[in-house]
Design a protein around this ligand. Structure first.
Ligand SMILES: CC(C)(COP(=O)(O)OP(=O)(O)OC[C@H]1O[C@@H](n2cnc3c(N)ncnc32)[C@H](O)[C@@H]1OP(=O)(O)O)[C@@H](O)C(=O)NCCC(=O)NCCS
Length: 171
């Protein structure tokens, strides 16, 4: 599917995710997150996402050297087609705060809306306050059933001890 025009910063272009992006995206997660669990996080991005979930996923590359600036892994729910699901988003720390993630989200919203979706869902960790603030800024509502690490989250959502904050935005 052709992505709509976006408000990415001047000079930056988004293009569809490819299988050949897998290794460098996984490497980027290890470097960009800067958290002790970064190697664990890369396990959330197995190659299958780069083979079977590329239609609504994009990367942004620097025009000079095609280095990776940002990526978004998203797809339409196959069991609930009215939902677009954002699995992962990441922006190179050197390029944060310029609206790049917001532009990638806006591109996805346009694609999902045009396809007939009504909601965009995502989850994040209770400790990831940056992600929570980013999603709140983009109009996502957070939900959970218990206060965990100071925020409302679902306990054991992704396994024992793996609480998550659920995020949803209407399209
Ligand atoms: C979260 C992340 C994707 C944001 O990317 P970004 O390109 O810097 O975000 P944007 O510049 O598009 O910001 C959009 C809005 O979110 C807000 N925002 C973004 N990051 C924020 C943060 N850490 N704290 C508070 N607000 C934040 C911005 O202020 C902006 O709000 P505004 O429109 O009211 O000005 C980026 O910080 C990142 O890659 N973090 C590590 C990975 C991660 O946690 N991903 C999400 C979970 S998978």
């Amino acid at each position: 599917m052709t992505a709509p025009a976006s408000s990415l910063p001047a000079g930056l272009r988004a293009r569809p995710l490819r299988e050949t992006d897998h290794l460098r995206v996984v490497e980027a997660v290890g470097q960009w997150w800067g958290t002790p669990n970064a190697p664990e996080l890369s396990l959330l991005l197995p190659r299958l996402f780069f083979q079977h979930f590329t239609t609504w996923s994009e990367v942004v590359e620097a025009p000079q050297d095609e280095s990776l600036v940002a990526f978004l892994i998203a797809f339409r729910s196959s069991s609930q087609p009215e939902i677009a699901y954002i699995h992962f988003v990441g922006v190179d720390p050197a390029h944060r705060g310029q609206g790049i993630a917001a532009a990638l989200y806006e591109r996805l919203f346009q694609i999902a809306r045009a396809a007939g979706c009504r909601w965009v869902d995502a989850v994040t960790s209770p400790v990831n306050r940056g992600s929570q603030a980013f999603h709140a800024a983009l109009g996502f509502e957070a939900s959970g059933t218990r206060i965990i690490e100071g925020v409302l989250a679902y306990p054991d959502y992704d396994g024992p001890g793996q609480a998550r904050v659920a995020l949803r935005r209407a399209l």
